[in-house]
Design a protein. Structure first.
Lengths: 138, 656
């Protein structure tokens, strides 16, 4: 497959450009739009608003929480592409129309630009976050 | 949208782009010819198309000039033309309706992206693309194709394929059609990047920082510099063979279950901040190498890379590990304190001992540990503090690690025969000059228990069964009045080059070894010497048997050919002159413990026994002739001591 490698490279370019110049050049932004389509602008907006939090437990387990525009908190996994938002379930899982949802893209962009908020929790708290999603859907 | 942010900027750019696209498309339709401005135009011929998500990926060949200007014969696929991967959005693809063999003109601004591990460049932002029709036939064909839908393969992307943003080594070239000058020089890294340690990022000196920044996913690129405080082996369940190459450890294939149990080489390392970590390396194929590793690696610095976090353990859960860590605390040189500037270091007097420790392991297939064997011993290294046994016996605390150099006098294996030899627990009776030279107050000989979790090399095992040996016990555990060898204790035949020794050389024993004499304080499972008078013989337990005079095999058989001769299976020969061995229990009266009945099992080639064999040979064995005989100092192992009845059961032993 080609697209993931392209997406990864683009994100790396953004990280590199940001590290060197504290800015993201226009052509990379347009590249984001090209590859990720309608998710690009909303993802950047989430980054602008510092909506991404990296949640870390003492064991080293990590997950991300993104505060959506509706005020709802979505959970994104770090070990694979997964988000609890409905758009992910629809566009990515069902239709295979997108690589990521805007929340996962926001996670990557926050990583690239260092705008992740950090939160340290206990193992139990992290487990509860993961289990809470299940309860909602159940 | 957030004001002044990236999202707002992209919105503006996007709007501008959209207007440009529609303007351009409109122009193409109305002009109905190839625009004259040729600069920056990419001319490609599509070879293959597939879809990923909503992006159409076209494998194309880049053409030098438009095929419209070439004759049909020339317009053949030239294998030397470069291959490109051109991406189109769904909208552009719908507009183009491309098929293999179509020629597309891509107008600027397009973008070229070079991927790290691929040779084929990727072309993006291909909004301004136009299909070129070659001839009238094509036009007709085009109209027909427009009606039938072509089936395009769709690749489903795996969710497991996440993006790694933290490769600091990539230097990529990005070309935009507006800017013909490359922004960065092309590197030679593109053709397959190898994980070479020298190409890894800068060396860090904090274990904690690395652990916290990378999490449980595992490190790849970052190296941490640490000091190897201890090298030891831990017993392991599964096996993976490995071999070393110089000062690096490589991991090879896993072993099958039929192989003997493996041990795992481990390092206890400490970083510049004083933090410890146990690094479990890959398995050793033969345990003989441990002494060599200790000698070559302890005290040296090394770089760790690509470690995986196995566990974060705490003091309460890993007493053995922390007793070793405590023996290395406080650090002998000042350590850094996190958060302060690099130059500022703190004295170590106020630092509390560590309460947690990360256990790391290697990820297979890569080189992970590079030890600077040539370099000098690090200042942070704390060699084992050698102490005399007398001093150790007087230690107040519990679970304290101690190292000593002692003479092994007698070895007793546990008697469970179902357990393989190398996994049995054993008792070693040891002494040194500090015990031997004392008149009273300390025992002359101390029992050291070696548990199955203490890994012994074949060399040590053989040495212990062969003869009296001086053995260096590194990091044994003292507690509850006993010395035990557990996990992380290493027995060595040679004293390490570096160890802080106390006073005189304790290995020198002047004169023959003396044991404590049997008395009222003698306990079971100890050794002692005794003297007394034979007061009785337990005739019911007396027996003798012939043994092979060559190998000592006690299980001789009758020769199949001649049933009057004895045959030894181990030598595969007839035994013509067997050595007779006898076992006998005698009751002694010992003045040193006059209240007890002392029963001693004596057997083969013993002081008392010479007399008995002579008698037997002459076939005039009579108990009476033995009674009343004085038995001189016998070395014995105490089987049991009971108070009701007041009885001590011993067995005569040979000291190594």
């Amino acid at each position: 497959s080609t697209l993931p490698a392209v997406a990864e490279e683009l994100l790396r370019e953004i990280k590199k450009a940001f590290q060197e110049t504290s800015q993201v050049p226009d052509d990379l932004l347009l590249g984001l739009k090209f590859i990720f389509g309608p998710a690009a602008v909303p993802a950047l907006d989430l980054v602008d608003q510092r909506s991404v939090t990296r949640v870390r437990a003492p064991s080293g387990r990590i997950l991300y929480q993104v505060l959506g525009s509706s005020g709802k908190l979505y959970t994104c996994y770090s070990s694979c592409h997964f988000c609890t938002c409905p758009a992910f379930g629809f566009s990515v899982l069902q239709k295979s129309e997108s690589l990521l949802c805007k929340h996962i893209l926001a996670v990557y962009l926050s990583q690239a630009m260092g705008t992740c908020q950090e939160l340290a929790v206990s193992e139990e708290q992290l487990t509860n976050i993961l289990l809470a999603e299940e309860e909602d859907e159940g | 949208l957030y004001r002044g942010g990236l999202a707002e900027r992209l919105c503006r750019l996007q709007n501008r782009e959209r207007s440009a696209i529609s303007f351009w498309r409109h122009q193409c339709i109305s002009d109905d010819k190839i625009p004259s401005d040729k600069s920056g135009v990419l001319i490609v011929k599509i070879l293959e198309i597939f879809e990923e998500c909503t992006i159409q990926v076209a494998i194309c060949q880049q053409l030098e000039q438009s095929p419209a200007t070439l004759s049909p014969e020339d317009a053949l696929i030239n294998a030397e033309e470069p291959i490109l991967k051109v991406l189109f959005t769904r909208e552009t693809a719908a507009h183009l309706k491309s098929r293999p063999q179509d020629v597309i003109h891509i107008y600027p601004p397009w973008q070229k992206l070079l991927l790290q591990n691929a040779d084929v460049p990727v072309i993006m932002n291909t909004y301004f693309s136009q299909k070129v029709l070659l001839s009238e036939h094509s036009e007709a064909r085009e109209k027909t194709y427009g009606l039938t839908k072509m089936l395009i393969r769709k690749n489903i992307i795996s969710l497991a394929q996440t993006f790694r943003l933290d490769d600091l080594d990539d230097k990529l070239q990005r070309e935009s059609s507006d800017n013909q000058v490359p922004c960065a020089p092309q590197t030679h890294n593109n053709g397959g990047s190898k994980q070479h340690p020298s190409a890894l990022s800068a060396v860090n000196d904090s274990l904690l920082e690395m652990v916290e920044s990378q999490g449980a996913v595992g490190w790849r690129e970052v190296q941490v510099r640490v000091v190897i405080q201890r090298v030891y082996c831990l017993p392991a369940r599964e096996g993976h063979r490995s071999h070393t190459q110089g000062n690096k450890l490589l991991c090879a294939t896993p072993v099958t279950n039929s192989d003997p149990p493996n041990v795992r080489l481990c390092l206890l390392v400490q970083d510049a901040y004083g933090m410890f970590s146990e690094v479990q390396l890959q398995f050793l194929s033969s345990t003989d190498d441990i002494e060599q590793y200790c000698r070559r690696w302890e005290g040296k610095s090394c770089c760790l890379a690509g470690m995986k976090i196995l566990q974060r353990t705490t003091r309460g859960r890993a007493l053995g590990l922390f007793s070793l860590i405590d023996s290395l605390w406080p650090p002998v040189v000042p350590v850094k304190v996190p958060g302060q500037s690099q130059d500022c270091e703190m004295m170590t007097t106020n630092l509390p001992p560590p309460s947690f420790c990360y256990i790391l392991t290697v990820q297979s297939g890569e080189i992970h540990v590079e030890v600077d064997e040539e370099e000098q011993i690090s200042n942070l290294y704390q060699p084992p503090a050698v102490r005399g046994l007398k001093e150790i016996l007087q230690i107040d605390g519990c679970n304290e690690r101690c190292s000593f150099w002692a003479q092994v006098l007698y070895r007793r294996l546990q008697s469970k025969h179902s357990v393989p030899v190398d996994q049995r627990e054993m008792l070693l009776f040891v002494t040194d000059s500090t015990l031997q030279n004392e008149v009273h107050g300390v025992p002359k000989v101390v029992a050291v228990s070696v548990t199955a979790s203490c890994v012994l090399s074949m060399e040590i095992i053989e040495a212990l069964s062969a003869g009296s040996r001086l053995v260096f016990f590194k990091d044994a555990l003292w507690g509850n009045g006993r010395i035990i060898c557990v996990e992380r204790t290493v027995l060595l035949l040679q004293k390490p080059l570096l160890c802080s020794a106390a006073g005189a050389d304790l290995s020198e024993l002047t004169g023959p070894v003396r044991l404590d004499e049997l008395d009222s304080t003698t306990l079971a499972n100890s050794v002692c010497a005794l003297r007394g008078t034979v007061v009785g013989v337990n005739e019911s337990t007396a027996f003798f048997w012939p043994t092979c005079n060559r190998c000592g095999n006690g299980k001789l058989e009758l020769c199949p050919q001649d049933r009057e001769l004895l045959y030894c299976n181990q030598c595969s020969e007839v035994v013509t002159t067997p050595v007779l061995k006898m076992q006998l229990e005698v009751f002694l009266s010992c003045p040193s413990r006059s209240q007890s009945t002392v029963k001693v099992k004596v057997w083969h080639e013993m002081a008392l026994f010479v007399l008995l064999t002579m008698l037997l040979f002459l076939q005039t064995y009579e108990v009476q002739s033995v009674l009343g005989k004085e038995v001189g100092l016998l070395n014995c192992y105490v089987h049991s001591v009971t108070s009701h009845p007041n009885c001590v059961v011993l067995e005569e032993i040979v000291l190594l």
